[in-house]
Design a protein. Structure first.
Lengths: 293, 248
């Protein structure tokens, strides 16, 4: 079995982009791939435009002009309203913030010395990690009220806010796992030497272990941010005015089949332009912060 | 069974716990068909995406730069765009381009229905991740092993099929499991293009019977069981394929 003996087990990594890529450059960001994708999109658009003009005889507004007409709506939402791609980004920021704060708390629960706390945290983590995002989103959307009353004051809960909470739940569980993994990746000797210096457990955790964890938690954390951003179009299903909804509205008002591919393509492009640099940056940081043994 | 249904019916009458999707044979049939659709969808997508992963990882080892660039472009595009928008793109933008066929009832319908498009888009989505996963496994196989196989007269495909892949699969199994679990969870997005899978059927039932909470709990339980079962199955496979001499 000498052949098998030469297999190298790769380092387990939570990062989506950690697999392979070793043959690629270590720069933070390559504009090349972005340029290729943008160029390909422009070429396809031009080809479609030429074809459409040929077919319609030039009496309709061209594809590029129509896309240009709808771009502000898809990006920024209807005038004086909160919506569009901006809403996707805001929701992703907020959900990430909520998910990070609650996830770190839950993650500390996962490594607690109190058994009931640890078991409860484990159950919560598993529940939210293994449920489909869309089901959790429906759960939050349909089972929370549209307004709450605290001491006679009515606070409205807009649907985008509820959707944000719905998206934050799976993020919370995954961040908790990241925290647990990072704490476990710190050598036991650090705990022992801290103990020998008379640090309490809380002091050791907050002053010695967690500061070291931050660095190695950043790449997987960013990875989850990218995944979250790509999950934000789900909120269109539960009736939030995000870029997806507005793209479909634009298509409905145009009633033109030749716009289907360009407009959906444009939306894919928005997300790609936003998420791809994050993915590259994550790979770069991961390599930079990689633990070398 | 009848006794159980009667008990659930009495729960509704006495406490208002509306589990109509169990005791009503029509709703039960709907729900079971939905679950069956989810299982079918997940199984087909898992198989197709793993195939895409294997072939893609092989193509990435190709000498042709153009081919490699195409595979790399496919991976980057599908990994960095939302799966939901991909599904809409496939179903609404590419769907109408497909030729139409006349069904048995004499109705003209698109050649590919929503189920087929869901299969295609989910497989491509998960396949992009699988290629990267398999490639990480392929890269973990040492060069000397490949050279040894080469010197024994294996050709490129044979080396991949009989030497590299069996080792690579074992190395990347944990990452693969993760991605396949994710794929199972992503099948719920087929809801958006009206594939009658579990979530879609459940939403129909809760709109008809106004039992959102009970239906939701059933739904979450179903998915947790499904994912749990899959993870358990794959851990059995993982243990069965374990490479001796690694790990604990």
């Amino acid at each position: 079995m000498r052949v098998i003996g030469t297999v190298q087990m790769p380092q387990a990594s939570a990062t989506r982009s950690a697999h392979g890529e070793s043959g690629y450059m270590a720069s933070a960001f390559t504009p090349r791939a972005l340029a290729i994708v943008l160029g390909a999109f422009a070429c396809l658009l031009m080809a479609g435009e030429a074809w459409a003009q040929l077919k319609s005889g030039g009496e309709r507004l061209g594809i590029v002009a129509t896309l240009w007409k709808w771009t502000p709506l898809v990006l920024f939402g209807p005038p004086r309203e909160f919506g569009g791609f901006v809403l996707n980004i805001v929701v992703s920021f907020l959900a990430m913030a909520i998910g990070t704060v609650s996830g770190v708390t839950l993650g500390l629960g996962l490594i607690s010395t109190a058994t009931p706390v640890r078991k409860a945290s484990w159950a919560i983590t598993q529940f939210f990690r293994n449920s489909p995002w869309l089901v959790l989103l429906f759960f939050v959307m349909l089972l929370t009220p549209f307004q709450i009353q605290i001491a006679g004051i009515t606070i409205p809960l807009p649907s985008w806010l509820k959707a944000t909470v719905g998206l934050a739940l799976p993020i919370m569980a995954n961040i908790a796992e990241i925290v647990r993994g990072a704490v476990n990746s710190i050598p036991t000797a650090q705990w022992e030497s801290a103990e020998s210096l008379a640090f309490t457990r809380t002091q050791t955790l907050w002053r010695i272990i967690l500061p070291q964890c931050v660095k190695r938690m950043i790449p997987p954390w960013m990875n989850w941010y990218a995944i979250l951003t790509m999950a934000t179009p789900l909120i269109s299903i539960v009736g939030v005015n995000d870029a997806m909804t507005l793209t479909q509205d634009a298509l409905a008002s145009e009633q033109r089949t030749d716009l289907l591919m360009p407009l959906y393509g444009l939306l894919l492009l928005f997300f790609f332009v936003y998420c791809y640099p994050i993915a590259r940056w994550t790979i770069y940081l991961e390599r930079k912060y990689a633990v070398r043994i | 069974m009848e006794g159980l249904w009667d008990f659930l019916r009495s729960l509704h009458d006495a406490y208002g716990i509306n589990l109509v999707h169990f005791y009503d044979s029509f709703e039960r049939g709907r729900l079971l068909r939905g679950m069956w659709t989810t299982l079918k969808l997940a199984a087909i997508c898992i198989i197709l995406s793993v195939l895409i992963g294997i072939v893609g990882a092989w193509l990435q080892g190709s000498r042709f730069k153009v081919l490699k660039a195409v595979v790399q472009g496919y991976i980057q595009f599908f990994r960095n765009t939302p799966p939901l928008v991909q599904m809409y793109f496939f179903y609404f933008a590419l769907g109408p381009l497909m030729p139409r066929v006349v069904s048995d009832y004499g109705i003209s319908q698109p050649m590919l229905g929503s189920f087929e498009w869901a299969v295609i888009s989910l497989s491509f989505f998960a396949g992009a991740f699988n290629i990267e996963i398999f490639r990480s496994g392929v890269e973990a196989v040492q060069k000397s092993t490949v050279e040894a196989a080469d010197s024994l007269g294996f050709n490129r495909w044979q080396i991949y099929r009989f030497v590299v892949l069996p080792l690579a699969v074992r190395v990347c199994l944990p990452a693969l499991n993760n991605n396949l679990v994710n794929l199972i969870k992503t099948t719920t997005q087929a809801y958006a293009i009206a594939v009658p899978e579990t979530l879609f059927v459940a939403s129909q039932i809760w709109s008809d019977r106004i039992n959102v909470l009970e239906m939701m709990v059933t739904l979450l339980t179903f998915y947790l069981l499904l994912v749990g079962l899959f993870v358990w199955m794959m851990s059995r496979v993982e243990r069965g394929l374990r490479v001796p001499g690694f790990g604990q």
